[in-house]
Design a binder for this molecule. Structure first.
Ligand SMILES: *[C@@H]1O[C@H](CO)[C@@H](O)[C@H](O)[C@H]1NC(C)=O
Ligand SMILES: *[C@@H]1O[C@H](CO)[C@@H](O)[C@H](O)[C@H]1NC(C)=O
Ligand SMILES: *[C@@H]1O[C@H](CO)[C@@H](O)[C@H](O)[C@H]1NC(C)=O
Ligand SMILES: *[C@@H]1O[C@H](CO)[C@@H](O)[C@H](O)[C@H]1NC(C)=O
Ligand SMILES: *[C@@H]1O[C@H](CO)[C@@H](O)[C@H](O)[C@H]1NC(C)=O
Ligand SMILES: *[C@@H]1O[C@H](CO)[C@@H](O)[C@H](O)[C@H]1NC(C)=O
Ligand SMILES: *[C@@H]1O[C@H](CO)[C@@H](O)[C@H](O)[C@H]1NC(C)=O
Ligand SMILES: *[C@@H]1O[C@H](CO)[C@@H](O)[C@H](O)[C@H]1NC(C)=O
Ligand SMILES: *[C@@H]1O[C@H](CO)[C@@H](O)[C@H](O)[C@H]1NC(C)=O
Length: 265
């Protein structure tokens, strides 16, 4: 019998996703992502120099509440040829709210997402900079998460954001229990544009609901404790495993940002 997760994945496959093909979690709602005056949507190939600073974000509809953007690169080359690619967290910023009035940027009318309370990023923006190594084209993926009024979700996101490497967007989103409002991706390449023969793997949820609809669909969850550890349940896949978190200086910095984000509730 099909589990509801498999069914949901199968149904999602019917609509156009604005996240890369096969990437989880997916979104069928688009998001405006603009660098300067250049739209970086629908998998557009961008130049590294043009994506040095964090983009302007927006949505077609004005939204009430407070949102968090997550940007990941699921195409980190494997350490050894033939291995699986892994995910890197490039950016995580909470405290985003819709502007009251729309603006037109790069020809698109959008309600810009702004950070009026100057909430410190959980993970500051890192410029895409793919190495000249297969896979040469990286799909930088943005997800907009609804974190309105959800202290526990923000706490979970802040803790996961402390470990950028071996990230798993799908496990983190599931752990935080937040809804994805919109998604987008753009590409940046180095060297040949010809796709390599390395299979780009995308992370899948806990014990393995995959984009093709196989697996049992058990979700992972995380519990936070006051001593700064997060323990995950569920079986992390090779590209998952964002559960390894550190304590110490990084944690204190992360919690400072969290405290600021909570003011936004
Ligand atoms: C998002 O989709 C809407 C409706 O199809 C479209 O008008 C808008 O231009 C799209 N936005 C971006 C940034 O592509
Ligand atoms: C939108 O307008 C309301 C009412 O004037 C104001 O309180 C709020 O700060 C504005 N929001 C933004 C994001 O500018
Ligand atoms: C946020 O930063 C801007 C620019 O530095 C400043 O004008 C504004 O007052 C700050 N807002 C808050 C709530 O601190
Ligand atoms: C391409 O990758 C190499 C390292 O592999 C790096 O030194 C170089 O700056 C990159 N160039 C671009 C345009 O990204
Ligand atoms: C985000 O969540 C809040 C609280 O549940 C809700 O009021 C709001 O409509 C949601 N935003 C969107 C765009 O669905
Ligand atoms: C708030 O976060 C909790 C745990 O992080 C999650 O289980 C719950 O679904 C979230 N609630 C909303 C309304 O998003
Ligand atoms: C990629 O795979 C194709 C088909 O298997 C093969 O013909 C080609 O030589 C391979 N390219 C590289 C760079 O290994
Ligand atoms: C942190 O708290 C958890 C849950 O209470 C506990 O299992 C773990 O041993 C604690 N870790 C440290 C380093 O104190
Ligand atoms: C990434 O996480 C997985 C699952 O937790 C783990 O097996 C793997 O060793 C990690 N890889 C690296 C490079 O840390």
């Amino acid at each position: 019998m099909l589990s509801s997760t498999i069914l949901a994945v199968a149904l999602a496959g019917a609509a156009i996703a604005f996240t890369p093909s096969g990437f989880q979690p997916s979104s069928t709602q688009n998001m405006t992502v603009v660098f300067g005056n250049t739209l970086a949507v629908n998998g557009k190939e961008m130049q590294k120099a043009d994506v040095a600073k964090a983009p302007t974000l927006g949505t077609a509809q004005r939204m009430f509440g407070t949102y968090t953007v997550m940007m990941v690169d699921p195409d980190i080359p494997p350490a050894t040829a033939g291995g699986a690619t892994s995910e890197l967290l490039h950016w995580m910023q909470a405290g985003l709210v819709s502007s009251n009035t729309s603006t037109t940027v790069a020809g698109v009318t959008t309600f810009e997402l702004i950070n009026p309370m100057n909430v410190t990023a959980f993970a500051t923006y890192i410029q895409p900079s793919p190495p000249d190594k297969a896979p040469n084209t990286h799909r930088y993926t943005q997800l907009l998460l609804n974190t309105t009024g959800n202290t526990s979700a923000l706490t979970t996101l802040a803790r996961f954001a402390m470990t950028r490497t071996n990230f798993s967007a799908v496990n983190v989103v599931n752990s935080a229990g937040v809804k994805i409002i919109a998604g987008n991706s753009f590409d940046v390449s180095n060297g040949t544009l010809v796709q390599s023969n390395i299979t780009k793997t995308t992370s899948v949820a806990g014990s393995g609901a995959s984009a093709t609809g196989t697996g049992t669909g058990t979700r992972s969850s995380a519990t936070s404790s006051s001593n700064g550890t997060v323990s995950s349940t569920g079986t992390p896949k090779s590209t998952g495993g964002a559960s390894e978190l550190t304590t110490g200086g990084a944690l204190i910095a992360g919690l400072g940002a969290l405290a600021a984000a909570l003011i936004m509730l």
